[in-house]
Design a protein around this ligand. Structure first.
Ligand code: GAP
Length: 515
C-alpha cells in the first residue's frame, strides 16, 4: 500500500480499529487490491448507495428545462457474453501501458509520467544534464525542480531554467527514453519500455476449460446497461431523454493497486447511462456535471475538497473522443493533497456504445430509438455519470475525519447524519433504578428505523468517546431526571452541546436530523 501522508495512516488505522475496512483474507496475509468492509463500513456503503438510489433514481430530479428526470433501475449480471467486451473495446483496448524501474522495482502507468530535460548553465554555456521523469499531478513541477537542483549541484553548474518543459513520457523519442532518470531512481536508464497489460479478469464458464469457455468479470457496470437498452425500451414506458441506473461490482486487474481502497481490483460502481437526442447532449452533459457536484456536497463532502475538472483532449477515453467532453469530479484525498483524485466521471459517450453493440450483435436498427413525435429512428447519445462507491465511502471517511485534542477520543468523524453508520447511541447513565430498562425500550423503538447502539456499561465519557470516533451524530442518555419527568439528554457530536427533550420526541427529533 502506498500511502504517504501521516493523516492517511491514522485514517487507515481507525478504519481497522473500529471495523470500517479490513484487508481481504487478512488471516492469510491479505491479497493486494482487495478489501472487506466491517460492520460500520458495510453500513456506510449502504447509506451511500441508498442515498444515490433515492436521490437520483427515485428523485424527483428536475431537468434543465424544468422537466422531471426519468430514470429506471437495472441489475445485470457480472459475467456477460464475451462478445459484449469485444464490442465495447475492452478486449482490444482495455490496456494500460506500464513502465517498470529496474533500480527501484516500482511500476508506473506510462501515461501518468512526465519528462523534462535538465539544462545547466556554466559560464554562459548551456549543457544538458539529462532527462528527469516525474509523476504527473499538482506537485510535478515542484518535485522536478528539487531533483533538477540536486543534479545541477552535483555537476557544479547552475540551472539554465527552473521551469520544466514537459513532454509526456510516451511521446519522448526512443533514444532519449533510454537515458532518462525514473521518478524514484538515482541512476539514468533504468526504466523499461512501456508494456501493455489487459486489465480484465478472465474466468471459465462451464466444465470444459477451452478457449470457447473464456469469459470476463465485468470491468464496468455500464455495458450491462447498453446491452439491455432494447429490453428496457420494450418493457417500460420510458421516452427519451431517460436514464438507466445500476449499482454493482466491477473488477479490474489493476497493475498497481494502491492508496487504500482508492485503486482496488474489486470495487463497486454507481452508474447512470442517460440517453438523449444528439442535439441535447451538451445541455444534459452540463446538467449532470452540476447535479453530481451538488449531490456529493449534499451528503456532506466539503466544497473546498471537491472540484469538477474537464479532461484534456489527450485524456479522453476512446468512446468520448467525439463528444461534448468528459469531466472528473475530483476529491482532495490526504494522499493526493494538495492535488485531487478522481471520485466520479461524467462523460459524453456520444452514440459509440449503442452503435458498437448494434454492429457486433447484428441487431442493427433494433438498437435504435424510435422517436414517435419526430417519426424518426436514431441512435441516442449517452451522458454517463459514473461514480465509485468505494472511493465515495473513502472520501466520506476522509472528509469526516477531524482531530480534536480536547476530546477524550482525540478524533471524531463528522459524518452527515444521513451517512453516519450508527445514527444514535443510547445510554443509561448508570445501570440502576430502571434506567437500563428505559434505555432498552428507546433502543428497541429506534432500531425499527435506524442502526442505533445501546451501551449500558462503562463510564459515560468512554461511551461518548467511542461514539465520537465512529461518527455517531447523537447520543441519548437516560438519567435520574428521566425517572421523574420522562426527558432524556441529547448530545450533539459536533457542538458537544446537550439539551433535554421528552422521551416521546426522540424518534421525531432523529427523523428531522436524518431525513
Ligand atoms: N463506465 C465508465 C467507467 O467505468 P471509470 O472512470 O473507469 O469509468 C468510474 O470508472 C469510477 O469507478 C471512477 O470514477 C472511480 O470512482 C471508480 N473506479 C474506477 N477504477 C477503480 C478502482 N480500480 N478502484 C476503485 N474505484 C475505481
Amino acid at each position: 500500500m502506498d500511502i504517504s501522508s501521516g493523516k492517511m495512516d491514522k485514517i487507515v488505522a481507525l478504519c481497522k480499529r473500529r471495523g470500517f475496512i479490513f484487508q481481504s483474507s487478512e488471516i492469510y496475509g491479505g491479497i493486494n487490491g482487495f478489501w472487506d468492509y466491517g460492520p460500520l463500513g458495510a453500513e456506510l456503503k449502504r447509506n451511500l448507495k441508498n442515498a444515490w438510489w433515492e436521490d437520483i433514481v427515485r428523485g424527483p430530479l428536475i431537468g434543465p428545462q424544468g422537466e422531471l428526470v426519468e430514470i429506471v433501475g437495472l441489475d445485470s449480471s457480472i459475467i456477460m457474453n464475451p462478445k459484449a467486451w469485444v464490442a465495447s473495446g475492452h478486449v482490444g483496448g482495455f490496456n494500460d501501458p506500464m513502465v517498470d524501474c529496474r533500480e527501484t522495482k516500482n511500476r508506473y502507468r506510462a501515461d501518468h509520467l512526465l519528462s523534462a530535460e535538465v539544462v545547466g548553465n556554466q559560464k554562459g554555456e548551456r549543457q544538458s544534464l539529462g532527462w528527469l521523469v516525474v509523476l504527473e499531478g499538482d506537485r510535478a513541477e515542484e518535485v522536478w525542480l528539487k531533483r533538477a537542483e540536486k543534479l545541477a549541484k552535483k555537476r557544479q553548474v547552475d540551472l539554465a531554467s527552473k521551469k520544466p518543459e514537459w513532454i509526456p513520457y510516451p511521446m519522448l523519442p526512443l533514444e532519449k527514453r533510454a537515458g532518462v532518470i525514473g521518478p524514484d531512481a538515482e541512476q539514468p536508464g533504468t526504466l523499461t519500455e512501456p508494456r501493455q497489460f489487459n486489465l480484465m479478469f478472465k474466468t471459465m464458464v462451464g466444465a470444459v476449460e477451452d478457449s470457447n469457455a473464456t469469459a470476463y468479470l465485468r470491468p464496468e457496470t455500464a455495458q450491462g446497461i447498453f446491452v439491455n437498452f432494447r429490453n428496457v425500451l420494450d418493457t417500460s414506458r420510458v421516452k427519451i431523454p431517460f436514464g438507466i441506473a445500476q449499482i454493482g461490482k466491477a473488477f479490474r486487474n489493476e497493475v498497481t493497486p494502491r492508496n487504500f481502497t482508492f485503486r482496488s481490483r474489486e470495487f463497486e460502481q454507481m452508474e447512470i447511462e442517460f440517453f438523449v437526442p444528439p442535439e441535447q447532449a451538451e445541455e444534459w452533459y452540463q446538467f449532470w456535471r452540476e447535479q453530481r457536484y451538488k449531490w456529493w456536497i449534499s451528503i456532506g463532502i466539503s466544497p473546498e475538497n471537491l472540484r469538477v475538472r474537464a479532461q484534456t483532449k489527450e485524456e479522453l477515453a476512446h468512446y468520448a473522443q467525439a463528444g461534448a467532453g468528459s469531466s472528473d469530479l475530483e476529491y482532495r484525498f490526504p494522499f493526493t493533497d494538495p492535488g485531487f483524485g478522481e471520485l466520479e466521471g461524467v462523460a459524453h459517450r456520444a452514440d459509440y456504445d449503442l452503435r458498437q453493440h448494434a454492429e457486433h450483435s447484428k441487431q442493427g436498427d433494433r438498437m435504435k430509438y424510435y422517436d414517435q413525435e419526430r417519426n424518426e429512428r436514431y441512435f441516442p447519445h449517452i451522458i454517463e455519470p459514473s461514480a465509485g462507491v468505494d472511493r465515495g465511502a473513502l472520501a466520506l471517511i476522509c472528509d469526516a475525519y477531524v482531530e480534536d485534542p480536547n476530546r477524550p477520543s482525540g478524533v471524531f468523524l463528522k459524518f452527515h447524519p444521513r451517512m453516519a453508520p450508527v445514527k444514535a447511541g443510547i445510554f443509561p447513565l448508570v445501570d440502576k433504578e430502571g434506567m437500563a430498562e428505559i434505555a432498552e425500550g428507546l433502543y428497541r423503538e429506534l432500531r425499527k428505523r435506524w442502526n442505533v447502539q445501546l451501551d449500558i456499561k462503562q463510564n459515560i465519557g468512554k461511551r461518548y468517546a467511542r461514539m465520537d470516533e465512529i461518527g455517531t451524530p447523537y447520543c441519548f442518555t437516560v438519567d435520574t431526571q428521566t425517572l421523574s419527568d420522562n426527558t432524556v439528554t441529547v448530545r450533539d457530536r459536533d457542538t458537544l452541546q446537550q439539551e433535554r427533550i421528552p422521551l416521546s420526541q426522540v424518534t421525531a427529533f432523529l427523523a428531522s436530523k436524518i431525513d
